[in-house]
Write a protein that binds this ligand. Structure first.
Ligand code: F6R
Length: 612
């Protein structure tokens, strides 16, 4: 969702800001704007892409070594030029960009209107900049103090940057509930909603905490205070992220690059954790909490979207291996439904971005009830990683394509490692079986590689089905979450309506949809209740549905029934999701490209959903 980037230092701000906005495009947005401070505050903004903003300001004098820029994902007010950020204060001496939602903006707006402020936009953000100006004028305080006082009056979530014409060397940034990172270079500072616009300039970063205000001034040390006016010492961290990780590296889209990165990202997610030489698993991040997990009455996994699908695979794995009851809940439902939670429960929150608002709220709820809360996150230093008691990073590397791919497989690997570790400690299964699983997990990257080599075959199938209007994805057991994930991938990037179902549920409704125009994707490897899946395939065939089947290499039985088959190598049943998901990602990708869709930034979607 909305993206923020700001700069102060010796260089021209404009090229840094525009490049930063491009790097943040993956978050999803519908308008963009920029503000440069060079004697006076100058704002340019427009509806649409960053490239449209660039065209819009062509020929303008884009000078100044301090500035800020924004991509907006509309919440309050439609996506248009007026509602785009930055917003001026009434006197045009201040300007603001904002991510998040000010919940009490209507009350504040009314009060400000009574005091003579006029509003040009429908946004909640404009309220905040008028409020800051009102405080500055009435109380005659420095801009950072006016920001601080204003923030004591707002309810909601924010990451803001404020520039002041009267303070030409100063950037004020603050956060609560929306992420913000400060990059510290040589005599220069960068501010952004995540590290991607920063890493090409510096690896030294400060992740801001909730209710912190940063006073960033040219030639000065970074200063931080809290909204309650306490001084804070900035904690500078070294970021281990390379520029190549956030560039396309010769691929036409980030999504394809990220699909093809999976042999490597899967390996990275088990590196230093799966010890084949010692026949064991370690997870340093949750070591101190192991007794708690082993004695848990149940585990509740909470997440959204693709991460929720990974959670479903995790439920099957942990119950199978460790015999601890597991429930999987959408964070958005969990947080509002008054769930029964106690100190004996362990909650696992899964999130690629680590910023998903509903998952963060679910974590806070679980913590307030005394539960132990663990995180499985991809983004280092993210809000969820910090809000949880402990956790395990997935180490999949930055995921820029909006559709989650390599993060999913990395999440499943971490959940498998957790299952193996718990089984090892609890002694629930024979060591020989655990040994076999560990070995098999270790060679999964090479099996993924083999599937990727068959991408052209999947492309051919995509050519046949690219004009479909619907699709059904069916699987059983471990392959039910895979079916859900396959359907989600297709609908989100190709806009084809797709549904995932447990194959046996087909008879209870979806079978009515099946005719000669309906593609049905079966995840049908030769493991688990394979024979039952064959029966389901027969049922679809009898109704003339078009069958695309994911099968185990060499399986002739399903091949005879299906219209098209995609082979995956054989593996242990619980590891099949790590393989079967790959062709489904590729199928969605090729279909979307053939339909001319914007694969990396599908319409209406945001990479990190920081509002509920
Ligand atoms: C689907 C997708 C989304 C996310 C969901 C949760 O491809 O990317 O469904 O999985 O928004 O996001 P995180 O994992 O960042 O909490």
């Amino acid at each position: 969702m909305c993206g923020i980037v700001a700069y102060v230092g010796p260089r021209l701000a404009y090229p840094i800001l525009i490049k930063g906005l491009h790097r943040l495009e993956y978050r999803g947005y519908d308008s963009a704007g920029i503000c440069l401070l060079n004697g006076e505050l100058k704002v340019w903004k427009c509806k649409g892409k960053v490239s449209e903003l660039e065209k819009y300001i062509e020929g303008e004098k884009l000078e100044g070594t301090i500035g800020m820029a924004h991509t907006r994902w509309a919440t309050h007010g439609e996506p248009n030029q007026i509602n785009a950020h930055p917003h001026y204060s009434q006197s045009k001496h201040l300007s603001i960009i904002h991510n998040g939602i000010i919940e009490n903006y209507l009350v504040l707006r009314k009060e400000l209107q009574q005091r003579g402020f006029t509003f040009t936009s429908d946004t909640d953000t404009e309220v905040l900049i008028h409020l800051i100006e009102d405080i500055q004028q009435n109380e005659n305080v420095a801009v950072e103090e006016a920001v601080r006082i204003a923030l004591t009056q707002v309810i909601g979530a924010y990451a803001i940057v404020v520039l002041s014409q009267d303070n030409p060397d100063k950037i004020i940034a603050a956060r609560k509930g929306s992420p913000m990172v400060i990059g510290i270079g040589e005599d220069e500072f960068f501010v952004a909603s995540d590290a991607t616009p920063i890493i090409e300039y510096t690896n030294n970063v400060v992740f801001m905490n909730d209710e912190e205000i940063a006073i960033i001034e040219r030639h000065q040390e970074l200063k931080m205070r809290t909204v309650r006016n306490q001084e804070r010492t900035p904690y500078i961290q070294k970021l281990e992220m390379s520029l190549t990780a956030i560039e396309k590296g010769g691929f036409p889209h980030f999504m394809l690059k990220e699909i093809f990165e999976q042999p490597r990202s899967i390996l990275d997610s088990m590196r230093g954790r799966l010890h084949l030489d010692q026949d064991t698993v370690t997870l340093g991040g949750i070591r101190d909490y192991l007794p708690k997990i082993l004695n848990a009455e149940r585990i509740i996994i909470t997440a959204c979207g693709t991460s929720w699908h990974a959670g479903l695979v995790g439920e099957y794995i942990i119950e199978d291996l460790a015999r601890i009851p597991v429930e999987v809940e959408y964070s958005s439902e969990f947080r509002y439904r008054n769930p029964v939670i106690s100190e004996k429960d362990v909650i696992i929150a899964i999130s690629q971005s680590g910023e998903t608002a509903d998952t963060l709220a679910a974590i806070e709820l679980a913590k307030s009830k005394g539960a132990t809360v663990l995180g499985i996150c991809n983004v280092v230093g993210s809000s969820i990683a910090r809000a949880t008691h402990a956790g395990v990073y997935t180490h999949a590397g930055p995921e820029i394509g909006v559709a989650s791919t390599k993060a999913f497989t990395a999440q499943v690997v971490v959940l498998t490692l957790m299952g193996l570790l718990l089984a090892e400690k609890k002694g629930t299964l024979p060591e020989s079986y655990l040994h076999k699983l560990r070995l098999e997990l270790g060679i999964i990257p090479s099996k993924v590689e083999k599937i990727l080599q068959r991408a052209d075959k999947i492309k051919d199938i995509a050519t046949i089905y690219k004009d479909s209007t619907n699709a059904l994805y069916l699987g059983r057991g471990y392959n039910f979450p895979v079916a859900l994930e396959g359907a989600l991938k297709l609908k989100e990037i190709s806009y084809i309506h797709a549904e995932g179902y447990p194959a046996a549920e087909m008879k209870h409704g979806p079978i009515a949809l099946i005719d000669k125009n309906m593609p049905v994707v079966f995840i049908a490897p030769k493991r688990g209740i394979y024979e039952k899946v064959i029966t389901n395939i027969e049922e679809v065939r009898a109704r003339k549905g078009n069958i695309i089947a994911i099968i185990t290499e060499g399986d002739e039985s399903v091949r005879k029934l299906a219209d098209h088959c995609i082979e995956i190598p054989d593996t242990e049943e619980m590891l099949i999701p790590l393989l079967a998901t790959i062709p489904l990602q590729l199928l969605s990708y090729y279909v979307a490209v053939m339909r001319g869709c914007n694969v990396d930034q599908p319409r209406n979607l945001a990479k990190s959903v920081t509002v509920e």
